[in-house]
Design a protein around this ligand. Structure first.
Ligand SMILES: [Zn+2]
Length: 499
């Protein structure tokens, strides 16, 4: 801040106050990063972008999906409602071949009422969120808290005989030990097997439940795919606690007086395995209908908030693309197929199932574009190390260059629904988006509401997706296919979690 004489500051402050509505001081909104175009060229891509800029419906789509339908956990009735709504919208928007494709999902899981209350010390009630696909507590249980920051089975075995009737604190943010060397050579299956053995040990020792600390600050909880949805695997009631109360519990435990907690986790599994589905609709190509550009996003979400930025936004962008084609009457040469996946949050299950079911037509896919990083503007696409796609992708995004869509990174990103296509040799790319408050805020947390939309950035994202899809559908050339060898992952890199 520049130095002003203090009297001047007072004058400036009172002038600023007078400019506000009485009694309200609101900070000025941050300037939008989206370039404002004076006009759009009279080309098909230009007409699509102009239509979206002037008449976009996608904020209304997001608000319906989130404010009216709500969170959309795969296997839930709410996701089914969202899928029925999306199919009806697709039909209204002129899409053809609107249908669902089913795959086996396993047991569904639904959240109940979660609560925690200290029975000793300050008696506080604090937020807990059960980890999805873990067993509930079957009513309130009471136990003494104990910090168990064992990082592998050997360290855990040192607690033999001490865990009966205990509720375990399994995160230790104050851990001063040097980081563990990478276990099992990065082998995920071996890693999982060790995790299962640790859980089995806790069960055999008589531990009651497990609490972990949210990785997010400022009271935010966080949820992600748990250790597994296989009911045959060992599992304990597990929950996430926001950082502030969690660290308080650690301080209380460190003070050596017994800390007793009442914990109630109400989540429950379905009685039987369920099927999940992907929702599909398309604009049939006028010249090469059997060649396909897939425009996709996942309609399912986590369930602490309403799944607005993860991923009602991407799903609504897909619908907006259909709307823009209908409104402009433009007919692409290749088929543009919108796929709204499910089961993304449990491990890209819907897109894996799609790739498996459509094996025979993978060669006919020109490209896959996926939008799944919230409300932020689209800057370009991750090329997944497909250097040989750069030229044609540069051509495809060219109409949107002036809107800030210029980046073609070789980065390999595996945490959303383009990844199964990519691994099967199909050129498949996730949009690079400004994070806005995604990674520190809305992503998988209880603040994922439509409140966090940046409408102009979301509109720009739909413009980018529509224009790029059009160009890919109409260019003469085909994008090269094939599995691209990857540079080995650096040893320190953690496995990515699903978006
Ligand atoms: Zn996502």
């Amino acid at each position: 801040m520049p130095r002003f004489p203090s009297a001047l500051l007072v004058v400036a402050a009172s002038l600023a106050l007078q400019a506000q509505a009485p009694g309200r001081i609101t900070p000025a909104p941050a300037p939008s990063p989206v370039p404002l175009l004076a006009s759009y060229p009279d080309t098909p891509a230009g007409r699509l972008m102009k239509e979206i800029k002037e008449h976009a419906e996608l904020v209304a789509y997001v608000e319906y999906l989130t404010d009216q339908i709500g969170p959309r956990l795969t296997g839930s009735e709410q996701l089914r409602a969202a899928q029925r709504w999306a199919m009806a919208e697709m039909k209204k928007l002129g899409a053809e071949q609107v249908h669902e494709e089913a795959y086996e999902f396993g047991l569904a899981w639904s959240r109940g009422v979660d609560s925690a209350r200290l029975l000793t010390q300050n008696g506080l009630r604090f937020r807990v969120d059960q980890q999805a696909w873990t067993p509930g507590t079957r009513g309130p249980l009471q136990g003494e808290l104990m910090l168990v920051d064992a990082r592998n089975l050997d360290e855990l075995k040192a607690y033999h005989g001490q865990l009966k009737g205990k509720i375990l604190l399994r995160s230790n943010p104050f851990d001063k030990r040097p980081p563990m060397p990478r276990r099992n050579g990065g082998d995920m299956l071996a890693f999982q097997a060790e995790r299962d053995a640790m859980t089995q040990f806790l069960l055999e020792e008589g531990a009651l439940a497990v609490l972990s600390m949210s990785p997010r600050k400022n009271g935010l909880s966080f949820t992600t795919s748990g250790p597994g949805r296989d009911p045959k695997k060992p599992a304990l009631p597990s929950a996430t606690v926001p950082q502030e109360p969690y660290k308080m519990l650690l301080r209380q435990v460190a003070a050596k007086e017994p800390v007793r907690l009442e914990l109630n986790l109400g989540g429950a599994f379905s009685a039987k395995p369920v099927q999940a589905t992907n929702v599909i609709g398309e604009i049939r190509g006028s010249e090469r209908p059997d060649e396909i550009v897939v425009v996709g996003a996942h309609l399912d979400s986590w369930d602490l908030g309403t799944g607005a930025t993860d991923n009602a936004t991407g799903s609504s962008v897909c619908l907006e693309v259909l709307r823009a084609f209908q409104a402009t009457g433009l007919k692409p040469k290749r088929t543009i197929r919108v796929v709204l996946f499910s089961g993304e949050e449990e491990g890209l299950l819907g897109s894996r199932a799609y790739v498996e079911a459509h094996k025979a037509e993978l060669d006919a896919i020109q490209a896959v574009l996926v939008h799944d990083m919230g409300t932020g503007m689209v800057r370009g696409f991750d090329l997944q190390a497909r250097e040989n796609a750069r030229g044609l992708m540069a051509q495809a995004i060219a109409p949107a260059n002036d809107l800030g869509v210029r980046e073609l990174s070789l980065r390999v990103m595996n945490s959303t629904d383009h990844a199964p296509f990519d691994r099967a040799g199909v050129p498949a790319f996730a949009a690079i988006q400004d994070p806005v408050d995604y990674f520190e805020g809305t992503h998988h947390s209880q603040m994922d509401y439509a409140d966090h939309l940046q409408p102009d950035q979301l509109v720009q994202g739909a413009q980018a997706m529509a224009a790029t899809a059009w160009e890919l559908a109409n260019m003469e050339a085909r994008l090269p296919h094939g599995v691209v060898p990857r540079p080995a992952r650096p040893a320190a890199e953690a496995p990515q979690t699903a978006h």
